[in-house]
Design a protein around this ligand. Sequence first.
Ligand code: ATP
Ligand code: MG
Length: 455
Amino acid sequence: MAKLLVKFVCSECGTASPRWLGKCPGCNAFGTLVEEIAGVEGGRVERRAAAATPVPLGEVSAVEAERLSTGVPELDRVLGGGLVPASLVLVGGEPGVGKSTLLLSALGAIARGGRTALLVTGEESAAQVALRAARVGGSEQVEILAETDLDVVCATLEHVRPDVCVIDSVQTLHAPGIGSAPGSVAQVREAAGRLLRVAKESSVATVLVGHVTKDGAVAGPRVLEHLVDCVLQFEGDRYHEHRVLRATKNRFGSTNELGVFEMTSSGLVGVPDPSELFGRTHSGEIGAAVGCALEGTRPLLLEVQALVSPTDLAMPRRVGTGVDPKRLAMIVAVLGRHAGVALGSADVFVNVAGGVRIEEPGADLAVALAIASAARGVAVVDAAAAFGEIGLTGRLRAASQAERRLEECAKLGVALVLAPEGTPERGGLRVASFDSLRAALRAGLARAAPHADAA
Ligand SMILES: Nc1ncnc2c1ncn2[C@@H]1O[C@H](COP(=O)(O)OP(=O)(O)OP(=O)(O)O)[C@@H](O)[C@H]1O
Ligand SMILES: [Mg+2]
């Protein structure tokens, strides 16, 4: 009898090993290696295939298919203008963040638009989904299939050929032909591969819901992320009502678009104007500044708060929520070296309002302004917003798409914009531009302490 070949594969990173190990050599996780059948000894036969003929790219006929609107404008924006037919999208997010809710409302809107929308649920029973549907409303015409058998799901998709299908979640699908348990690397890879084929062949736009690991990455092998066309991350903690959806990979659009939602009892409601929500400060508040960051094509006003408190620690803490820790350390260093805000014996805490994360260097100036305000005990001037990248030399560098940012500031009633030198003027808005961080701080803080100017 032919001997079965087994290998052990890490369920976190996909590293394979010929024998079982307690610790994965790939990602150093413990107890994640699971047995997988790799084939049968001697079962591999060399196959000779006929050569295929490549064609010049110019001769390939391609018509850009019309995108399907999901009926959720914020979701459409993140997808780059709607779902592309026959594409495969992976949506990841922490448990309870609202993945099922978001996708159910999208399916509801798609079904109301006269297309077929199918929800395959392996995680919840049809009755549970019906309860959610009653709460969210408008999803009566969504078809539902409570199934975890991959063969049945694929056969159904080929038969029904819905326009859009949501699989909630890919980790619950189970291919009977594969020995390992649902959720294991082999199963997830098989499920994603088969669904990809069905999506392309039967032209079904498929959305896979994926679990995330403790660090927030989509669980299962990395290959899953390579396989799909888009990877969307649904973020925000369960304790706040605001959720942010962003694309980490998108074969059909930009990856830095951002969608903002609010969780309400009737489901997720898009927040079309997040600046209104996140960009408010109280007049005269010490340690708060408004920044204008750009997320994709979307300018966003955000309140940045800072707290500076004396410490005896040899290594003072720099804690940032919503800002990159390395960027924060750099800003603190530049403040100390080039702007006379010494923070060597102080803990610095920075927080971005609403659980939003800023990744763009254009927000540097606002972070610096908030920290300087907290350090000097002086509020930032009223109704001011700031943007600009801080260089290591203390010089302000021009931020991209300044017009867009200024437009957003004007729309939200900002009176003064602190910006890098070279920022164009805009009617109805006072733009003060500076070449150095020191000069921007001097203008941005309502009443600079006497030692600040001397420094
Ligand atoms: N009656 C309600 N009122 C307000 N919010 C609710 C209500 N019921 C549920 N929620 C919110 O919906 C969230 C659950 O949403 P959902 O089931 O879509 O999350 P999920 O991301 O699919 O979770 P899982 O990973 O467990 O599938 C809860 O965390 C809660 O915030
Ligand atoms: Mg769910």
